[in-house]
Design a binder for this molecule. Structure first.
Ligand code: ZN
Length: 309
């Protein structure tokens, strides 16, 4: 390096330092300058903070933050993000609303309208989606409408209607753990038989109706999923897949049936009658492996509904 080069290098260094300092000084000056506030009294247009939608019991809870100047709120729902919003509740003065009538297994969008006195529109929130899944687990047989006990199939003092509840309770527990809302008679001593349940089902909206049974004493060992329609077959396949992931039991496959009320009288949901095994051939397994069995059935329901396991 000659002198000239050394000189030019030093000059460059000085210049760079000076430049950096100038930038820092300018920034500091700008930062410390008082911000001028406009004195004009321009009205702030009221806006919505993002609303929130979450599963609560049988329905979806829509909640929001207070909007300045708002007196009432109207809640809107649509099954499309952009169009078809219908007012499902007008004049809410609270800051949340529980929508129990939302369809099961269908993505719904909610929008809230904030209004000042005399219903003067202030603003709408942005649409926010939510989804709820409802499932009915009907424990095979049990107490009928007439109050009489139907034990289902029998073997060696065992009753089908008394073995199935434990499996159903665990199916329900695993599903609840996935955020699914479950209707069932498994916690109340199997006190509702099929006829009772089918009547109740007319007033409910569920995605899946699972009817849990075991087969009679002359049946071979293994599972058997019963279906009639294509959708029911798909559900039966999913349940079978779920069960055989967790339970070490023979697989009798699926069977097409046209004579079962479970499959014929459940038009507004997808049903399956699942034979968990034979009351004689799989007796010990059914009575002792109810935790994994419940897990398997729950997993099958999740496969069908597309719920991540
Ligand atoms: Zn049965």
């Amino acid at each position: 390096m000659n002198r000239k080069q050394i000189f030019s290098k030093t000059a460059k260094k000085i210049l760079n330092t000076a430049l950096s300092m100038a930038i820092i000084l300018t920034m500091l000056t700008l930062f410390m300058m008082p911000v001028k506030v406009s004195g004009a009294e321009t009205a702030v247009r009221p806006t919505f903070q993002p609303i929130s939608v979450s599963v609560k019991g049988e329905g979806l809870s829509v909640s929001w933050k207070k909007v300045t100047g708002a007196v009432t709120y109207d809640v809107y729902r649509s099954y499309s993000r952009t169009t078809g919003f219908k007012c499902i509740k007008k004049g809410v003065t609270a800051r949340s609303f529980l929508d129990k009538k939302v369809k099961s297994g269908k993505k719904a969008y909610y929008k809230v309208r904030a209004a000042a006195a005399k219903d003067r529109l202030l603003c709408y929130s942005k649409p926010v989606p939510g989804i709820i899944y409802r499932v009915y687990i009907e424990t095979g047989h049990g107490t009928g409408i007439d109050g009489r006990w139907d034990p289902g199939c029998l073997w060696n003092g065992y009753q089908e209607a008394k073995i199935m509840p434990a499996i159903c309770r665990y199916t329900a527990a695993y599903l609840k753990n996935k955020g699914v809302y479950v209707y069932t008679d498994a916690y109340t001593g199997n006190n509702r038989n099929l006829k009772w349940t089918l009547n109740q089902l007319k007033t409910l909206d569920v995605s899946v109706f699972l009817n849990v049974h075991c087969d009679y004493q002359y049946a071979p060992s293994g599972t058997l999923g019963l279906y009639r329609t294509a959708k029911q077959k798909k559900l039966a396949e999913c349940l079978n897949k779920g069960v055989h992931k967790h339970v070490n039991i023979k697989n009798r496959g699926l069977q097409y049936r046209t004579d079962l009320a479970t499959l014929n009288e459940t038009k507004n949901c997808v049903a399956c009658l699942f034979e968990t095994g034979g009351i004689k051939a799989d007796n010990t397994l059914l009575r002792t492996k109810y935790v994994v069995y419940g897990r398997g059935l729950a997993r099958g329901v999740c496969y069908y509904l597309g719920i991540e396991w």
